[in-house]
Design a protein around this ligand. Structure first.
Ligand SMILES: Cc1cc2nc3c(=O)[nH]c(=O)nc-3n(C[C@H](O)[C@H](O)[C@H](O)COP(=O)(O)OP(=O)(O)OC[C@H]3O[C@@H](n4cnc5c(N)ncnc54)[C@H](O)[C@@H]3O)c2cc1C
Ligand code: SF4
Ligand code: SF4
Length: 623
């Protein structure tokens, strides 16, 4: 099911003809445009190749980005920067704001200081052993600093970046070539398809009702026709999903593993001992399945956050709340106490890696970046891989343009597909492909599987069949069994939903998690975080991009995972069991796309919620 916007196809639409149109300006498209833009003109300013739609000029290249400005997305980032350096050799000296060379790296196992986390017996045993021998171990403030970490986890020689700052820097650099236009604040609603060939894209309608019907000031989205459509719309992009629904995935491929990553950008206290370039990775707390990161930028600024994966079988997997428990772990709070929140946000990470790879090219289009399965789930690296796939496509496109070959599936597969297959991205993705299957059997098996795959280059793995997210969600009563009586679980949930709020805070506190000690600076309520500094905004006149398309299923759904997980409290319990959606609070994390407790009746790989192209979201270029 391609989840199209409401039907407005009979409307006359303005049309633009271009040579290449790109969907999304993330690291993948940045890699594509950086490589392409440098080679479209000769040294004397004449076109190196000629446009088909504007003879005498270089190819007309347009890029449309959904967010209200370039770099308004969310990401870590620590990166080995191999592909970035290949494209931008002077990157280390370029003065990119918030960038630092990677310095000290630590991987920490966090023990549970509050006794509320759901640890398997084996982990409890390990915790007991660590406590008993802590005098002999690198142990401080309830954290074990792993004395040895395998090479595949390291980012030695790499960079700590702010993705927002980097993307703004790259965007300006690419546009200064004069050969490429990037249009932020311009969501693409769908690909235009004629006889199974992609012929361009349609932009989102403006001046419409919440349901998408024309209203005052109606401005139909333009149709952009182009010989090549480059789809770099990330893990939850609507255009990528439209193509997946139409063309299917290669045999045995599926995108079932996800995580929602939530990130804070924080001013560290003045006396912080943390040096720029410091990289901390954690696991084990607040729940074993939740991985955390803290990267230090220059000027006492840190990016920190957690990932809550789809294989964490909790019906209340709320990222904001868990992030606050993670920050208040004694090991981290030691560094964070006295700090101040600058901005925050959330974003989905596609964790299927190569197994989620779609058809990389078809007639008139090519896929790059995380939506094309490039993210490496073993090394925790996505930016460099996304950039590399974009750069590979650019080289392929230049080759085809120079040879005057059309952008057919066959030509693109030969030029782009082969470059990608022969590269380190593919080689490392193969090693990572099954590395996390062990998590299907639990956390300890998962860690073991990762270690095996990492140390053997993917030759040894712990097998497991990834389930679809909706197949994994236990009812609330089952999840809290043994901690809260089922009747009380239902009562807490019903009381919360009657008040129009999510139930996770009340349930977690009843299950033993302490209340968050709000300090008004770093630990603030979810609502306050949304309001801080106008960081989340939604321009008027657009349709709701989140819709509950099978209301009968929502009415019968007792779990309401969409409400519990929503990163912006934009989804709240509604009347008659169908949730409400408030566009003005949505941070566009995409978590509601896969955090739904029931399958779509049309396609078991999709769920009962539509996540369409939408405007607005975060207004911070620090993330
Ligand atoms: C919290 C977090 C921390 C991370 N940390 C790291 C890290 O430390 N190191 C690392 O290497 N990777 C990290 N990653 C992963 C990394 O961010 C991704 O792998 C990378 O951003 C993928 O790049 P991309 O260009 O493929 O997609 P994206 O970065 O998702 O970019 C896609 C772009 O397309 C736009 N878009 C989507 N739909 C539309 C539409 N309909 N119309 C127009 N535009 C659209 C989006 O707004 C976005 O700007 C992290 C991710 C998260 C969430
Ligand atoms: S969208 Fe999914 S999780 Fe949310 S109420 Fe409907 S069925 Fe339940
Ligand atoms: S409604 Fe918006 S903020 Fe909430 S989960 Fe969906 S995309 Fe994220």
């Amino acid at each position: 099911m391609s989840q199209p916007a409401p039907e407005t196809s009979t409307i006359d639409r303005p049309r633009i003809d271009a040579d290449i149109v790109c969907v999304g300006f993330g690291p993948a498209t940045a890699g594509f445009l950086t490589t392409l833009s440098k080679q479209l003109l000769n040294a004397d300013g004449t076109p190196a190749v000629e446009s088909a739609v504007a003879p005498g000029l270089p190819p007309q290249v347009l890029c449309y980005e959904r967010a209200d400005d370039i770099g308004f997305g969310v990401s870590g980032v620590v990166t080995k920067a191999r592909a970035l350096r290949a494209s931008i050799p002077d990157i280390d000296k370029a003065g990119i704001p918030m960038a630092a060379p990677v310095g000290e790296e630590k991987v920490l196992y966090l023990l549970d200081p509050v006794g509320a986390s759901r640890r398997p017996a084996m982990l409890r045993l390990a915790d007991g052993f660590i406590h008993a021998c802590k005098w002999a171990l690198p142990f401080e403030r309830e954290a074990l600093n792993l004395p040895w970490t395998p090479g595949f986890l390291h980012k030695r020689g790499g960079m700590v970046l702010s993705m927002g700052q980097f993307m703004q820097w790259v965007g300006a650099r690419v546009q200064s070539t004069g050969t490429v236009q990037i249009w932020p604040g311009t969501p693409v609603s769908q690909a235009l398809i004629e006889n199974k060939k992609v012929v361009g894209v349609r932009l989102l309608d403006q001046g419409v009702t919440k349901q998408g019907a024309p209203a005052d000031g109606f401005t139909p989205g333009m149709d952009i026709h182009a010989a090549l459509t480059v789809v770099g719309d990330g893990p939850v992009g609507p255009v990528g999903r439209q193509l997946d629904d139409l063309f299917g995935l290669p045999e045995n491929h599926h995108a079932r593993d996800w995580a929602v990553g939530m990130k804070f950008v924080v001013d560290l206290p003045e006396d912080t001992p943390l040096k720029p370039g410091t990289v901390l990775h954690t696991f084990g707390y607040p729940e074993p399945e939740i991985f955390g990161f803290l990267y230090v930028h220059p000027d006492r600024v840190a990016s920190l956050g957690i990932f809550v994966p789809s294989w964490f079988d909790s019906p209340v997997r709320t990222t904001y709340r868990y992030l606050q428990h993670w920050m208040t772990h004694p090991y981290l709070w030691h560094f964070l106490k006295g700090g101040k929140l600058r901005s925050w946000g959330a974003k989905t990470l596609g964790e299927s890696g190569r197994r989620g790879e779609p058809h990389l090219a078809g007639d008139g289009y090519a896929r790059i970046g995380e939506g094309s399965g490039s993210t490496n789930i073993l090394t925790g690296s996505g930016v460099d891989e996304a950039w590399a796939t974009g750069a590979q496509l650019a080289e392929a496109v230049l080759e085809l343009l120079k040879a005057k070959k059309p952008f057919t599936k066959e030509n693109l597969e030969a030029a782009y597909g082969q470059r990608r297959r022969g590269s380190w991205v593919e080689q490392e993705a193969r090693a990572a492909e099954k590395s996390r299957d062990g998590f299907q059997h639990g956390f300890v098996a998962g860690l073991l599987g990762m270690a095996l795959a990492g140390l053997s280059g993917g030759r040894l793995v712990l097998p497991g069949r990834p389930l679809r997210p909706w197949e994994r969600i236990p009812p609330l009563e089952d999840y809290f069994r043994g901690r809260i009586p089922p009747g009380e679980v239902r009562k807490i949930r019903d009381d919360c939903y009657a008040r129009g709020v999510s139930a996770h805070a009340a349930l977690l506190e009843r299950a033993g998690w302490p209340a968050i000690p709000y300090d008004g600076r770093l630990l603030v309520s979810h609502q306050d975080a949304l309001l801080m500094g106008g960081k989340v905004q939604a321009p008027p006149g657009y349709a709701d991009h989140v819709a509950f398309i099978f209301p009968n299923q929502c009415q019968q759904c007792g779990t309401k995972l969409c409400v519990e997980v929503c990163s912006g409290q934009a989804i709240t319990p509604g009347e008659n069991g169908v949730p409400n959606f408030d566009r003005e609070k949505c941070v566009h994390c995409g978590a509601c796309l896969w955090n739904c407790a029931t399958a779509s009746p049309e396609n078991p790989e999709r769920m009962a919620v539509a996540f369409r192209a939408g405007a607005g979201g975060l207004h911070s270029a620090e993330n």
